[in-house]
Design a protein around this ligand. Sequence first.
Ligand SMILES: Nc1ncnc2c1ncn2[C@@H]1O[C@H](COP(=O)(O)OP(=O)(O)OP(=O)(O)O)[C@@H](O)[C@H]1O
Length: 632
Amino acid sequence: MGRRPRTARERFAAWGNTAREQFAARWDIARLLPHAGHGLVAALVGTDLLLGCLPVVFTVATAAVLGRVPAAVEAGVGSGAWHSLVAVFAVAAGAFVAGQLLSPVERALGELVARRVDGRVFDELMAASLRSTGLGPLEDQRALDALRSAARELEFGVQSPGRAATGLLALIARYTELTGCAVAIGVVFSWPAATALVVTVLLFRHGQRGGLRRYAMTRSRLAAGRREVDYLRDLAGGAAAAKEIRVFGLLGWLRQRLRDTHLRHLEPLWAERRAIYLWPFVRFSVVGLVVTGAVFAVVGATAHELTLTGFVLVATSALGLLRLAEHYPEADLPTAIGMRAHDAVRRFAEHVDAHEQEHGQRHPGTALRSPVPEPVGAIRFERVAFRYPGQDRPVFDGLDLTIPVGRRTAVVGVNGAGKTTLVKLLARLYEPTAGRITLDGVDIRRFPVDEWRARLGVIFQDFVRYEASVADNVGLGAVGSPDDRATIREVVDSVGLTEAVARLPRGLDTPLARHLTGGAELSGGQWQRVALARALFALRRGCRVVVLDEPTASLDVRAEAGFFEEFAGLAGSATTLLISHRFSTVRHADLIVVLEHGRVTEQGGHADLLARDGRYAELFRLQADRFADAAG
Ligand SMILES: Nc1ncnc2c1ncn2[C@@H]1O[C@H](COP(=O)(O)OP(=O)(O)OP(=O)(O)O)[C@@H](O)[C@H]1O
């Protein structure tokens, strides 16, 4: 935070900066308005203008009614003065009724504008989050948090860019009324008095909005606390942790933690809110009373110069003006914090761009694009080094690894050896920090990333269980290919799911989520088979390399034992890469690679490696004993 301005000059400069920032912020909001459609925005602007004019008409007409009462009473019912009184009364009543009728119209139009603007920002958010081809930019926790909270704000639409846009337009009504009241006072009474009142109102508004800016800053500073509260709420209310919370008896702990986190988050906000709402209110009351008193004193002293209508008009307009110094709930908070979601989306998009640009500068040669050739020789990791963004310790530091095309390669290693990271690098979800990965001698960064990925069928350890039909869950292995039921059926049968699918209420079309109509839930092992079917489907649709990361984790012992040969048979001549920490499942691979401390420590065939009696042999025997125990 900068030093508080002390001298008048510094204060003036700070005030100028704030004004510029405010103007830029409003301009940003205004630039979103065209997304709502010009016609709709014009209708809302017209309605807000009318809503600003009607109270002024009402004030003027009411003053005119009061001014006409003595003459009308004296002239009696049916006289010209009486008719004139009735006419202005009709105008006042009309203005009042029109205001009442227009308010809901303005709200409805505002709702529509807000929804359209939010829809547009949501599209931008989707584009920004899918813009990055890799996972690198998603490692920045702050950018990710901002994006997540933006999505939430857009979803609930409470303080969203759409609300900021309608809030900005709502100011038209307020400032039209303010101008109208000031003009009434200026015309009827005194322009200096009108100017003094307007300046007082604007200064007070400025003070209040300054408080709101502070409040908005406090809210974003406390965003991390808010996220923790959301996380704990999801944990308590969601299905994911329901089992553990009950079994471990975590309810009490969860309740206490939620309460503590909530209070930690809310207390500074409450304190800030008191400062924002209490002190400006006190100041406003004092300033308002003094100014009102002064204006009334002058009006009173010169009342003999005013007609009754004039006097009432000046008095009510002055009160109306001072009322406009209040907080505008429909505009102030939405314009102060409603753009956070939009800013977060913009920041994230910039972050992604910077990341891609930096990558392009680090690897200038890879900008050249060439089509992915039909693999014939090998995929090679050549002196590959890699460190996750923000981490000090490298996962790989000079990794050399050859995956022969058309063969079955298995990469084994203990937990944390870097097996999944290797797959992520191969799929270009991250790029090596040094070295390169090649296909038949060509750096894979030279291939368009989508084309390269279309040649890879990767089933990750934590593959996604889509809440969609069985057929879709399999077909997602190769999106864009025509709806090929015959192949889907064939791969589903080949992974041993025929009976399980036949038992589902709608067969292949059964949604795999119990909460969906006609939906069903599969067991962990059945899900794993669905994922395998997804990989096989990708192979049938043109992918050349299939990677399975821990594919047997949820399979039973019998299924696990025969898994590799079975899958290799189904995969035919494709290049297969099997990742596992279970040494016993990979014995039939053509090539077994042992990964340890980010390097290949051993490689060869099963018999070879056993004969060598090294790390592989040690871990194989260790696990084989356990495996035999479990099977026996
Ligand atoms: N997104 C990430 N950010 C930072 N570090 C990570 C990330 N993902 C993995 N790591 C670290 O990288 C190392 C290798 O992880 P990796 O998941 O590749 O291991 P693995 O061999 O697949 O392990 P496992 O058998 O347990 O799945 C580990 O030390 C892990 O903590």
